[in-house]
Design a protein around this ligand. Structure first.
Ligand SMILES: Nc1nc2c(ncn2[C@@H]2O[C@H](COP(=O)(O)OP(=O)(O)OP(=O)(O)O)[C@@H](O)[C@H]2O)c(=O)[nH]1
Ligand SMILES: [Zn+2]
Length: 188
């Protein structure tokens, strides 16, 4: 990520807006925005494959007890993302991520980290769900994966059509979650 170029362009936008980029309140703004972009777009520094390698912390599934063939569901993972059309915030966002382990389980915090990093990109909500499923699938080797996302888009609520209550839900179902509707009950 070229932070110097981001700073220069933000300064240019301020000038185009008719602002004085050298006034006290704005003089550090290009630097602040570049720093913010480094944080909120950190996921753009890596491919899904690279994220899978970075977050690959799994444990052997305990098949000696009733632990085998369980459905693992992590609910209400809060996350942010940015729509690629307006570079506007997706907020009030919750993810539900489920998978059926194939011999190994992933640390739960890593599921939340996958969501965070996939969200830290210019995204479409639909692609965000696919990215999370791809990364989780690569780490766990599982093909039975579900990713539900629900959230508000500020490009829909704070501008344009201004539907402040509208929430968008996307559902990425793979493997048994797609084939066996009964498994979808666990996603509620
Ligand atoms: N499918 C999908 N659409 C999105 C997402 N985020 C924003 N959009 C939509 O992308 C579309 C971009 O449409 P355009 O018509 O090119 O942009 P616009 O003229 O600013 O559109 P309006 O929002 O209708 O004013 C809009 O309908 C947005 O609401 C997303 O995550 N997924
Ligand atoms: Zn948008």
């Amino acid at each position: 990520m070229d932070t110097k170029a981001i700073e220069e362009h933000v300064r240019g936008i301020l000038i185009a807006l008719g602002e004085n980029p050298d006034r006290e309140g704005l003089v550090e703004t290009p630097k602040r925005v570049a720093k913010m972009y480094q944080e909120v777009f950190d996921g753009m520094n890596y491919t899904n494959h690279e994220l899978a390698q970075m977050l690959d912390k799994t444990f052997a599934e305990d098949t000696t007890s009733a632990g085998s063939n369980q459905v693992v569901v992590m609910k209400d993972i809060d996350l942010f993302s940015y729509c690629e059309h307006h570079m506007a915030l997706m907020y009030d966002m919750k993810a539900t991520v489920a998978y059926i382990p194939k011999g190994k389980v992933i640390g739960l915090s890593k599921i939340a980290r996958i969501c965070d990093m996939a969200g830290r990109r210019l995204q479409l909500q639909e692609r965000l769900g696919r990215d999370i499923a791809d990364i989780l699938g690569e780490i766990t080797g599982s093909t039975d994966i579900a990713v539900l996302l629900e959230g508000r888009h500020s490009c829909v609520s704070a501008r344009g059509i201004k539907k402040t209550d509208a929430k968008t839900r996307t559902v990425e179902l793979r493997g048994r979650f797609k084939e066996e509707p009964a498994l979808q009950l666990y996603l509620r």
